[in-house]
Every structure is written in C-alpha cells, then in structure tokens.
Design a protein around this ligand. Structure first.
Ligand code: UD1
Ligand code: CA
Length: 464
C-alpha cells in the first residue's frame, strides 16, 4: 500500500497581515511547516512527502531544505483544490494520498495513523474532523443519512453555511486521505466558486458523493491538536498550547518548572531529571540541560549544552555555548557564541565571554570581558580584567596558562601569551608575553608626597 503525503503550503496567509509567508511563522521556536513535515515524516519517508509551495516559494523551500522533502510549485494560488491539482503528477504513482495543511501544525502522527486506519476500511475520501469549542471560520461537515454513521454528504465553508447549518459543530480540519485513482479522475470537476476564483478542495466531498464514491469522516480525539493558525491571535494560542505540552513533558520526566506558564521552552529542548527551572526562564532552540541543574529566574539560554549540576543564577544570557558540570554562572553573565566553560568554573556578575575557553576550576568572578581567549585550569581572573581582542581590523587571541593570577583591572592586549603560574599585578596593561611563573606589572609607579593633603587644607583655610 503506497502512500504519498501532500502538504499544502503555497498560500500567502492574508489574514495574518504579515509580510512573512504564513507557513514560516513560528510556534515553539519552529516554523509551522517544519512541525507538519516532522509529523508527516513519522508516517512516510521524506521521499514520499510533497510540499506544495507558491507564495515566496524559494524562501519556504530554503527554510525546510534540510528535511529532504519534494516540492511542487503552485505558481498562482488558486485555492486548496488547485494546490492538489498542481500535485497531480507527483502523486500519480501512489495508491493513496494523505493531504495535510501547512497551517495545522499540532497534528500528531498517532492521529494520522488513526485516520489512515479508517480510510483503509474502503473510503475513497476520508476526512479528519473535530468538535472545537468555537467552530466559527471552519468548513463544516454535513453528515449523510445512511446506515454507515461515518458517511458524509458535503463540506460547507463558513461563508456558504445556510442558517440551519450555522449550528453544525463538526469542522473540517483540512486533513484528508484520498484513494489516488478517484482523486485524479474527479479533480477536473472542481469549479471556482467565489469572487476570488478559488478552487476549493472541500468541494470534492460533494463531487465524490455525486460520482458514487464513499466519503467518510472521523473525529480527532483532541480538537486542540487540529486547530489552524490563520491570524496572529490563533498563532499565539497554538504557541502557548505547544509550550504547555513541552513543559508538561519535561515535568513528567522529573524536571521541576515553577510557574511553567511564564517560561518559554522550545519544542526540542531536553532537560535532565532533578533540574529546577524558576519562573520567566527561556530555553530556546536545541538547548540541552543535564540533571541536577538550577536555572534561576529571567535567564535566557539558546542552542547551548549544559552538563549536570550547573547553577545558572538570575538574569543570564547564554547562546551557542557549552558549560561543564558543576559550573556556577551569573547573576547577570553574558555567554556569547563559542564560549566553552569547563567543569567547576565560576563566572560571576557582569562577566561577558565570547569564543572563550575556560579550563577546569577557572574563575572570573566580576566585571570582566573575555573574548577570543583561552584560560587554563585553576586560573583566577580578577575583577574588571579585559582582553583587548580587537585592533580595529582583526581579532586576536589571548592565551592564559594554568594557575595564572591576573590582578584586577588589568588589560591584556592580544595577541598575547601568559605562561603557567604567572602573576599579573593589578591595574597592568600587558602588551608583551609573560613567561611561566613570572610577575609582570605594567603600570606607572606610585608617587606619595608626605603631608601634601594637610598642607593644602591649611593653605585653603588661610585664603578664606
Ligand atoms: C481550509 C478549509 C476549511 C477547513 C480549514 C481547516 C478549504 C477551502 N477550506 O480553510 O474547510 O475548515 O482549512 O484549517 O480548503 N493553500 C495552498 N494553495 C492555495 C491556498 C491555500 O497551498 O491556493 C494552503 C495554505 O498555505 C494553507 C492551507 O492550504 O496551509 C489551507 O489554506 P487556508 O487558506 O488557510 O484555508 P482555510 O480558509 O483555513
Ligand atoms: Ca487555514
């Protein structure tokens, strides 16, 4: 039984009032279309998935290029029926076709399997339906008087509902399975039926019935899973619903999330058991957090990997970085891309790192910038130390050995090398290599004038 999946994703999404194509709007940190492709990929291999693109086709294709699906071009968007007409050649070799909408992103593979199972009982067209709280805006299912309770007479779009049909609670989810043969032979009967000249895929229900084909509909167990995103409020509601599910999944895996409704956790984030996440935390992209970690409030972590037992104090921003076990970060630390923080490292408040590798147990506790830097194990970077990595044209590296002590308020002008065990006096500007175990002091000598201040005060007293 060969099965093709067609995903309709060519529409502009006029109701979103956005310049971005609808299917590239994101929920849970991922484009709508990527969610639908992920669900389809659980049903058939990518080679059997055909995505209909049209509006900003190139942009849409680029956004999901990594998935290896096929694309069909619908150059002019003349409706969902026309979208499937454009896919005619792509689906010709398959027995059945599962049609998905690019803007119905929460659909679960289990529900699609259930739909396919019903379809295989012999329908030519099987429609997935639902009973949402508010059916307004959706096409409605007109059931057929028949012994088979699943039989359908027609799908009627909202704007064509007659007054007695307005109360029909059962909606069309925009997800269907067709036998390919009758689909291809009946597609030609579609006529454009609104002021925009659009061809409605939904009209096929009535056409199939007229042509003597069996059309049935089965209801999805969870109406929330098949809601579409046509407007920004709908999109935001789907995002909240998906994030709530992600938080629930993590909590059931042993993660404590206080006030999960305040957290923003993307769909693919992983967190180990016994980790605690405080309110207003954002965990984004492909972030992975180990077990027994503590992520305190208002921290944002994106595409980063944290080992076990890491403490992130309040209000840190961490992107594209790695943090070793037992490290303590923040509060108010900024780990920019390429930071590799070793085991048991301590990064304190107002410290910024970028492409900086810190060895085990190194410390930068206060007010420091470490960019393009390597810091050896056990080294101590004093308060206010700055690596001067940029000469206005190029970036240069600062290499600090193991067990080095860099005194407070020192500037290290890269490229520069500081050997193992060296000492840098506080307030130094270091421009030349410091050998291992040496002391370097780069500051002007202190001048002390005994009695100077007292004499000055006395002078002032006389003048007044
Ligand atoms: C559609 C259904 C409606 C159903 C609802 C479920 C039709 C006529 N109506 O309405 O019965 O209740 O979905 O969410 O099908 N698309 C194309 N090419 C086009 C037009 C649309 O590929 O020419 C794509 C869109 O990008 C979108 C999907 O098809 O991903 C659905 O189109 P949309 O305009 O959102 O249909 P609805 O009005 O929501
Ligand atoms: Ca829609």
């Amino acid at each position: 039984m060969s099965l093709a999946v067609v995903i309709m994703a060519a529409g502009k999404g006029t109701r979103l009032k956005s310049r971005r194509p609808k299917v590239l709007h994101e929920i849970g940190g991922k484009p709508l279309l990527a969610h639908v492709i992920a669900a389809a990929s659980k049903i058939v291999p990518a080679a059997d998935i055909h995505v209909v693109v049209g509006h900003e086709a190139e942009r849409v294709q680029t956004a999901v290029a990594g998935t290896n699906v096929n694309f069909v071009l619908q150059a002019e968007q003349l409706g969902t029926g026309h979208a499937i007409q454009c896919a005619r050649e792509a689906i010709a070799g398959y027995n059945d076709v599962l049609v998905l909408s690019g803007d119905v992103p929460l659909i679960r593979p289990e529900t699609l399997e259930m739909l396919l199972e019903y379809h295989r009982l012999g329908s030519a067209m099987t429609i997935l339906t639902a009973l949402p709280k508010d059916p307004f805006g959706y096409g409605r299912i007109v059931r057929r008087e028949s012994e088979n309770a699943l039989e359908v007479e027609a799908i009627v779009e909202q704007k064509f509902l007659r007054s007695e049909q307005l109360r029909i609670p059962e909606i069309n989810t925009g997800i269907y399975v067709f036998q390919t043969k009758p689909l291809i032979s009946h597609l030609k009967w579609l006529i454009s039926n609104d002021e925009n000249g659009e061809y409605y895929l939904t009209d096929l229900a009535r056409i199939f019935v007229r042509e003597g084909e069996l059309v049935t509909a089965v209801e999805a167990a969870d109406a929330d899973e098949v809601l579409g995103a046509n407007t920004i409020p709908e999109l935001v509601a789907l995002d909240a619903s998906l994030r709530a599910k992600t938080a629930l999944r993590l909590m059931l895996q042993g993660v404590t999330i206080f006030r999960p409704e305040t957290c923003v956790i993307d769909a693919e984030v992983e967190v180990g058991p016994d980790t605690v996440i405080e309110p207003y935390v954002q965990l984004l992209g492909r972030t992975k957090i180990g077990s027994d970690c503590m992520i305190r409030s208002s921290t944002v972590i994106e595409n980063s990997v944290l080992a076990d037992n890491v403490l992130i104090r309040q209000s840190c921003i961490i992107a594209d970085s790695e943090i070793g076990g037992g490290a303590k970060i923040g509060p108010f630390a900024h780990l920019r891309p390429g930071s590799e923080i070793g085991e048991d490292v301590h990064i304190g408040n107002f410290v910024e790192t970028k492409k900086a590798k810190l060895g085990k147990g190194a410390k930068a506790s206060h007010l420091t910038y470490l960019g393009d830097a390597v810091v050896g194990a056990g080294s101590n970077i004093g308060a206010g130390v700055i690596t001067c990595n940029y000469d206005g044209v190029n970036k240069h590296t600062t290499t600090i050995g193991e067990g080095v002590f860099v005194g407070s308020d020192s500037t290290l002008v890269a490229p520069i090398l500081i050997g193992d065990g060296a000492y840098i006096g506080a307030g130094s500007c270091i421009t030349r290599e410091v050998p291992a175990d040496a002391l370097a002091v780069g500051r002007s000598r202190q001048v002390t004038k005994d009695g100077w201040a007292a004499a000055r005060r006395e002078q002032r007293g006389k003048q007044s």
